[in-house]
Design a protein around this ligand. Structure first.
Ligand SMILES: [Zn+2]
Length: 449
C-alpha cells in the first residue's frame, strides 16, 4: 500500500494501476463501436419490455431498426426525472420483479421519490464501475475504507461499499453521524480511505483539530468524495489540513448511482466517464440540440448495460463539457469537467441568473474568505434581496471595525462585478456557519412567491 503523503500531492506517479486497461486505454474507435453495440441492445430491451418507450417511439414514428449509427441516437426519446415520477414505482422496469434484487430511491423532497431497481447483473456492473473509479483515485486492495455516507435508500453508501469490498479493501461501514466516533475508529482501525461528502470531511477535520488530533500522523491517505459538488478551494484545504489527497466522483441514482465518472490523479478538475457503461451527449438545455465536443451544455446519459431499468437519454440538468483527448494518466476514456452548476440550482434574482458556483469562484479568489458560506434570499421589502453570510479564515478575522468594513466592501464589489447583482455581505467568525453530515446547505430562499 502506498505510504501516507508527507505533503499533499500535486502530480501523480504514472505507475498507479488501471483497473481495466483493455477498455480504459482503448482507441477512440474501439470505444465508440463498443458503445454503439451496447446502446442498440439497450434500445431493444427498452422497446420490447417497457410500454412507455414503445409509446414514445410510436409518437416519433421511430423503430429500433432506424438507429443505424451514432448520428441517429439524437432521435431517441429523451427522459428526465418526471418520467420516473410519472411511472412510479415500476413503470420503467424491463425485468420481471422477481429478478430485481435491490431497490434504491432518490430523496423525494416533494411528493413521491423516484425508484430504481437492480438485477444481479446490474449490481455486478455497478461494482465494476466503482472499482474502476477507485483505482483512478489511487485506492488499492488492502486499503481500509471508512464509510461516512449513510446507508439506506440513498445509492452512495451501498454503491461504494460493494465496490470497495470488491477491490479487496477492508470495509468499515461506520455510516453517517457521530464525528468523534469516526475519528476514534480511524485511529483505532488504521483507516486509510475516508468516504464522505466534502463538507462532512471538512467537519471531521475541524473536530479532529479541536480534539488535538494530529492528522499528519494518522494513516488516512485518501478522501473519496461524492454527494455534492466540491469546490477546488475546499478540496485543497482538506488536503493540506488532513495530509491526504482527495478525489470526487459523479453519479446519479436515476442512471445507477455513484460511479458514472471519477477523477484520476492526473487531471484534477475533470472526471473520466465510464464509457463502457454510459453513452454521453452534451445538449443545449434550451433547444435540446446536441452540441459539438468541447461545448458547455447539459449532460445527457444513456446507461449501456442495464437489465432492470433501461434509461435512454437521461437529462441530468448538470452543466459540463467533455473532452476525448488522451489523459496524462494513460486513459483514453472521455473526461467531463466537474459539475459545478445544475440547471436546477440557478437562482433568478431581480431577473438575473445567478449560480452558487459563481459565488464560490469569487470567494476562492479572495484571501481570507473561507469556503463556508450561505446565500440568503428574501423579498420582505417587495424586492429580491441577496445576503451573503460568509465565514472568515481565523487569520482574517479581526475586531477592527474599519478593517472589516473595508473587507466587506471589497467582497461586495467583486460579487457585483461577477453576478451583476448587488448583495449585502455579512462577515462571520470561524465556525459560525452550521456544518452538515451530508450535503452543505448553501442557499436559503425565504422569498414569498
Ligand atoms: Zn486521467
Amino acid at each position: 500500500m502506498p505510504n501516507k503523503l508527507s505533503e499533499p500531492i500535486s502530480v501523480v506517479s504514472s505507475d498507479l494501476p488501471i483497473y481495466n486497461s483493455a477498455f480504459e486505454c482503448a482507441s477512440r474507435e474501439d470505444i465508440r463501436s463498443t458503445q454503439f453495440k451496447l446502446i442498440k441492445e439497450q434500445i431493444d430491451l427498452a422497446y420490447n419490455n417497457v410500454a412507455w418507450y414503445r409509446e414514445r417511439f410510436a409518437e416519433k414514428g421511430l423503430e429500433p431498426g432506424d438507429i443505424k449509427g451514432h448520428e441517429d441516437i439524437k432521435h431517441l426519446p429523451i427522459t428526465d426525472k418526471s418520467v420516473l415520477r410519472d411511472t412510479y414505482p415500476y413503470g420503467l422496469f424491463a425485468a420481471p420483479l422477481d429478478k430485481i434484487v435491490r431497490l434504491h430511491s432518490s430523496s423525494g423532497t416533494t411528493g413521491k421519490p423516484i425508484v430504481v431497481g437492480y438485477t444481479k447483473e446490474d449490481i455486478e456492473e455497478w461494482r465494476y464501475c466503482i472499482m474502476c473509479i477507485l483505482q483512478m483515485a489511487g485506492v488499492v486492495p488492502g486499503d481500509r475504507a471508512q464509510m461516512a455516507f449513510g446507508y439506506g435508500m440513498f445509492t452512495g453508501g451501498f454503491g461504494l461499499h460493494y465496490g470497495l469490498e470488491g477491490l479487496g479493501c477492508m470495509m468499515i461501514p461506520a455510516g453517517s453521524g457521530n464525528t468523534e466516533r469516526h475519528i476514534m475508529m480511524m485511529e483505532d482501525y488504521g483507516t486509510t480511505v475516508l468516504i464522505a461528502t466534502p463538507s462532512y470531511a471538512m467537519h471531521i477535520c475541524e473536530v479532529g483539530e479541536k480534539l488535538g488530533y494530529d492528522w499528519e500522523k494518522s494513516q488516512l491517505r485518501v478522501g473519496l468524495f461524492g454527494g455534492e459538488p466540491c469546490h477546488p478551494k475546499l478540496k485543497s484545504e482538506i488536503e493540506s489540513r488532513m495530509h491526504i489527497f482527495c478525489t470526487d466522483n459523479y453519479g446519479l441514482t436515476e442512471v445507477m448511482g455513484p460511479g458514472v465518472s471519477g477523477e484520476c490523479l492526473a487531471s484534477r478538475n475533470q472526471q473520466h466517464i465510464m464509457e463502457d457503461h454510459f453513452y454521453w451527449e452534451v445538449i443545449d438545455p434550451k433547444t435540446g440540440e446536441v452540441l459539438p465536443e468541447g461545448s458547455v451544455g447539459e449532460l445527457v446519459l444513456t446507461p449501456l448495460n442495464k437489465k432492470g431499468v433501461p434509461i435512454l437519454r437521461y437529462r441530468t440538468h448538470d452543466l459540463t463539457k467533455v473532452t476525448t483527448e488522451t489523459c496524462e494518466c494513460g486513459r483514453t476514456t472521455a473526461r467531463m469537467d466537474k459539475v459545478r452548476s445544475r440547471t436546477d440550482d440557478m437562482l433568478i434574482i431581480r431577473g438575473t441568473n445567478v449560480y452558487p458556483s459563481q459565488v464560490e469562484d469569487v470567494l476562492s479568489s479572495i484571501s481570507g474568505a473561507s469556503p463556508h458560506y450561505r446565500l440568503v434570499l428574501d423579498n420582505e421589502t417587495g424586492m429580491d434581496r441577496l445576503t451573503l453570510m460568509l465565514e472568515l479564515e481565523p487569520q482574517a478575522f479581526t475586531d477592527s471595525v474599519p478593517q472589516m468594513e473595508d473587507f466587506r466592501n471589497h467582497i461586495s464589489d467583486k460579487l457585483r462585478g461577477v453576478l451583476q447583482v448587488s448583495a449585502n455581505v455579512k462577515l462571520l467568525e470561524p465556525g459560525s456557519i452550521e456544518r452538515f453530515m451530508g450535503k452543505a446547505k448553501h442557499v436559503e430562499d425565504n422569498r414569498i412567491k
